[in-house]
Design a binder for this molecule. Sequence first.
Ligand SMILES: C[S@@+](CC[C@H](N)C(=O)[O-])C[C@H]1O[C@@H](n2cnc3c(N)ncnc32)[C@H](O)[C@@H]1O
Length: 205
Amino acid sequence: MRQKGGIPGAASAVEFVPANYFRPIAPAEMFSRAAAIEVDLGCGDGAYLKALAGQKQDRNFLGIERLRGRVHSACHKIQQADLGNARILCVEIAYAVAHLLPPHSIAVFHLMFPDPWPKRRHQHRRLVTVDFLASIHRALIPRGTLQIATDQRDYFRQIESVAAQSPQFTPISAQDPPAAQSTFEKRFCHTSIYRLGLRNVSDVT
Ligand SMILES: C[S@@+](CC[C@H](N)C(=O)[O-])C[C@H]1O[C@@H](n2cnc3c(N)ncnc32)[C@H](O)[C@@H]1O
C-alpha cells in the first residue's frame, strides 16, 4: 500500500511529516484508507508498533517518538515488513495528543514503558498527569482505551492515583498476555511489570 505524505527530509515514506504543526491532522492525510486508529506513544524502535500493525491489518497505527534515531529505526522496520497501515510521527507526545490528534479520533492509545524518571527531583517530567489524561480523553473515541505498562512500581501507583482523579476513565483489566512484547520489555524487564487499562466512559470533552 503506498504511503501518503512522504517528503524530502523524512526518514522514509513511512514517516509522516505534517504540513502544518498548528492544526489537527485529519486521518486521511496520514492513511490511505479509513479504519480505527491505534497510537503507540513513545514507540522507540517501533518493534511493538510493527507487531501490532502486522497482527491487526484492518486497523491503522501511528507511532509517536521524539528521538530521530529511533524514528529512523521504526520507519525501517515498518518499511521492511511492507506494512501500509503504520506511520511514524516525530514530535513530543503531550503536544501531539493535545494539538495534532483530532477530537474523538483514536480507538486505542498504548503507552509502553514511559520514561520513569525515578529520581524525586525529576518526577515532574513524568508524562502521565491529570492534564495529560484530559488530552487523551479528548482524542479518544467513546469507549476507546489507554493501555499502560511500566516496570516502575512507584510510577504505576502514581498513574493509578492520577486515573482515580479522572472520572472520565474507568479501569479495565489490561491485555494479559499483551498483544506483543516491546523492545524495552524484552531487553530490560526481568522483574515485575505493572499493567493498567483505562476506558473512556464518557464522550464529553
Ligand atoms: C523507555 S523507552 C520505551 C520505548 C518503547 N515504548 C518500548 O517499550 O520499547 C521510552 C520511549 O519514549 C520516548 N519518549 C519519552 N518521552 C517522550 C516524549 N515526551 N515525546 C516523545 N517521545 C518520548 C523515548 O524517546 C523512548 O523512545
